[in-house]
Design a protein around this ligand. Structure first.
Ligand code: FES
Ligand code: FE2
Length: 457
């Protein structure tokens, strides 16, 4: 194990650098220390992203947006295909099209017909059998894989493509397990969602009203450092405090007579730990990795959540709860997931996070000691040599002209340009926690070693 980013906490060195002496709310830190991260409104290229549940993709085209790109998913026999959702002719979404011939989709406007496998234009219904444009262009296709019951697409340059397994936690590929999950599109930029997930300070306060934590005491404050191990950045608690004694104000605590305590400060320290989780030898509960995946490990479960950029203002939030068990223990978990976890944890608890991600507005920001979790994550992103995703300039009519080059110019109604990135942080305020899309049916899956759904599931 290499602890390369142990971050000592020094009250005089606040995360993100020195603060202005002014106390004005409007004087704060910007994200200038992390220019790559600041530019990554639409996420990072050259990663695999989970974008849909496998079984939800049917022969009816399914449109969605990932990292700002319009994608259409279509099931074609045993295969699932992903294409750029835009007909090069006049820019109509192919997801509105029809399935006229096997293995193809026809644009609804003039019947340009594309091969689902390679995206080539193979026929034009309204231009006769000798249409000279046939074979001369096509739409871009996306590499696609199916793991954990999810559809993954590679967003980036084909030359940079790596196996999907590189972007999936190893423990989910090397073991059998049962999982429950749900996915929805929520308000807020993906970076706010990722930062919220790894945010050291929030859970103890924001979530102390969550039913999921009703019977467990949570700490009031911790002393925390960060540890890097393999692909993960891990929060490690050096000191756990169950109450905050604030001079002149009084004492605040999460302790209540009906709550048990304490939780161990690392999953492996519990008396009874699942062997797979124990084998991970995690020094802390919570870890994060690129391109935006959080892991919260408990002694018997692990919760994972992916923050998949949709556009500047929305994020696809994919959450799964995993238990590394087979047989009756797996079946019992299924009942527990459907009866409790999906409502309490994947519903109300993470709904509180959705609320904050929706209403927050930064930068500017004024960071405090626990925010080393946030600055540590930004630092990981900053130094990883990542390629920032940017929207293509308005497609020029060439097939698949999706090269990431320039942000399109956006103007207000009075003609003034809106600077790129503005929409990532210009948030409207709302008062109630709400997910953007209606929660979907919970997905229960048994997964075999290698990440494939077990037969018959
Ligand atoms: Fe697609 Fe004309 S816009 S066929
Ligand atoms: Fe949270």
């Amino acid at each position: 194990m290499t602890d390369t980013t142990s971050a000592p906490i020094n009250p005089d060195e606040l995360p993100g650098g020195p603060l202005s002496a002014a106390s004005d709310d409007f004087v704060g830190q910007d994200w200038g220390s992390w220019p790559t991260y600041e530019a990554a409104t639409l996420g990072f290229r050259n990663f695999w992203y989970p974008i849909a549940w496998e079984h939800q993709v049917t022969s009816k085209p399914m449109p969605l947006t990932v990292c700002g790109e319009q994608v259409v998913l279509i099931r074609d026999g045993d295969e699932i295909r992903a294409l750029h959702d835009r007909c090069p002719h006049r820019g109509v979404p192919l997801s509105l099209g029809r399935r006229e011939f096997p293995g193809t989709i026809s644009c609804p406007y003039h019947g340009w017909t594309y091969d689902l496998e390679d995206g080539k234009l193979v026929g034009v219904v309204t231009d006769g059998p000798d249409s000279p444009i046939c074979g001369r262009l096509g739409v871009r296709t996306y590499a696609l894989e199916r793991r954990l019951g999810l559809v993954w697409v590679f967003i980036g340059d084909p030359a940079e493509m790596h196996p999907v397994e590189d972007d999936i936690p190893r423990e989910l590929l090397e073991n059998d397990f049962v999982m429950g999950g749900r996915s929805d599109v929520r308000e807020g930029n993906w970076r706010f969602a990722a930062e919220n997930g790894f945010d050291e300070g929030h859970a103890k306060y924001l979530h102390n009203t969550a039913l999921w934590r009703m019977f467990k005491v949570m700490p009031a404050w911790n002393r925390t450092r960060l540890v890097e191990r393999d692909e993960w950045l891990i929060r490690v608690q050096d000191e756990v405090n169950w109450e905050t004694k604030i001079p002149g104000l009084g004492t605040w605590t999460n302790k209540r007579w009906w709550r048990t305590m304490p939780l161990p400060d690392a999953p492996g320290k519990a008396a009874d730990v699942n062997p797979v989780i124990k084998g991970l030898d995690l020094p802390g509960f919570v870890s994060i990795r690129l391109p935006g995946l959080l892991r919260v490990a408990y002694p018997h479960y692990i919760h994972y959540e992916w923050y998949v950029p949709v556009d500047a203002d929305t994020v696809r939030y994919v959450q799964i709860m995993v238990r590394f068990e087979k047989g009756w223990k797996a079946a019992r978990f299924g009942a527990l997931y459907l009866g409790a976890i999906r409502w309490l944890f994947h519903g109300q608890f993470t709904g509180q996070d959705a609320w904050m991600v929706d209403v927050m507005d930064a930068p500017p920001e004024r960071l405090y000691r626990p925010d080393i979790s946030i600055t540590g994550w930004r630092r990981v992103c900053e130094r990883a040599g990542l390629v920032v995703q940017k929207l293509a300039a308005r497609p020029d009519g060439n097939p698949g002209s999706m090269a990431a080059t320039n942000l399109p110019e956006v103007r207000k109604s009075d003609g003034t340009p809106i600077p790129p990135g503005f929409r990532a942080t210009g948030k409207r305020a709302t008062a109630a926690p709400a997910a953007t899309s209606a929660p979907e049916e919970p997905q229960l899956r048994r997964i075999r070693r290698g990440g494939r759904v077990a037969d018959g599931e």
